[in-house]
Design a protein around this ligand. Structure first.
Ligand code: SF4
Length: 283
């Protein structure tokens, strides 16, 4: 999604990765290591359509039925290559050979998978098996399905096992959410879902800000966005991960999306900090 990481795919002709459906490594220079990605949306289906989305051939929909045995075999095999094999030595630069996290993040909304809570349990089991309990388990989500009991159960379990959620909030008015995220979503529901998520598991808000038709977010757009965070309860949030659009959108709206200059992104970060939140900026 929105990061400057290098996502390796089977096109890299890596024998450890060939044929994997659900598991992919992301080498991040900035984070100084490898993130183990778990993609529950190999069908490129998401219930949202964000204008900056980097998923190619994105379609509207939900995750397909997950083959848990295959996912377990892939993740077990890859963690074995990382922990016992020479995968990191062959691929990661010296000084960047740490396993940074295991992230439920992929080509769509992970919590749309009916098996989401089973996947959380499966990942945790393998984390323990490979002695990786200290490696954080992250869920990157648009947070829109928190109304479902199974999604809340999976997130609650993540809270118990030291997980962390990155919850997408880009805007605070219905019209802005519709334009940016391609979804009709009452703001009240965003507030409710974010508050519920933060009560179950440590939660960071993940926000993408950019220029649309050459215009950055105006004062009203920003005020409505900040209002969502305040109404959800800033004290309950870990902070905000503020992103620009470093990598190009793969959607048809791409020509209308452009980067905000760093000083404008930092001014937004300052406004968020004034609400008492920690902010990290990734232009
Ligand atoms: S929620 Fe994520 S995967 Fe879905 S459209 Fe937005 S950026 Fe893409």
């Amino acid at each position: 999604m929105t990061s400057s990481s290098v996502r390796l795919t089977v096109r890299n002709h890596d024998r450890d990765l060939a044929g994997m459906t659900y598991v992919y490594p992301v080498l991040s220079r900035r984070a100084g290591g490898v993130s183990v990605g778990v993609n529950l949306n190999p069908n490129n289906a998401c219930n949202w359509h964000c204008v900056y989305c980097q998923v190619p051939n994105l379609v509207r929909g939900a995750a397909p039925k997950i083959d848990l045995a295959q996912l377990e075999a892939e993740l077990d095999g890859f963690l074995t290559a990382l922990v016992e094999g020479d995968w990191l030595a062959r691929h990661a630069p010296a000084g960047g050979r740490e396993i940074r996290d295991i992230a439920l993040s992929g080509n769509g909304e992970p919590t749309s998978a009916a098996e989401f809570p089973d996947v959380v349990e499966l990942i945790h089991r393998l984390r323990v098996k490979h002695g990786l309990e200290r490696v954080p388990l992250r869920l990157i989500t648009n947070g829109s399905l928190l109304g479902r009991p199974r999604v809340r159960a999976g997130i609650a379990r993540m809270g118990e096992i030291g997980g962390e959620v990155w919850f997408k909030v880009d805007a605070g008015r219905g019209e802005d959410i519709a334009r940016i995220n391609g979804v009709k979503l009452p703001v009240e529901r965003v507030v409710r879902n974010l508050a519920a998520c933060a009560a179950l598991c440590p939660t960071w808000v993940q926000t993408c800000m950019f220029r649309w038709d050459g215009q950055g977010p105006d004062a009203e757009v920003l005020a409505a966005y900040l209002d969502v965070l305040e109404r959800a309860g800033t004290a309950r949030l870990r902070g905000v991960l503020l992103y620009g659009v470093a990598r190009p959108s793969m959607q048809s709206e791409a020509p209308r999306v452009s980067q905000l200059p760093l000083d404008e992104l930092e001014a937004i970060a300052e406004a968020i900090k004034e609400k008492g939140l920690t902010v990290t900026v990734s232009p």
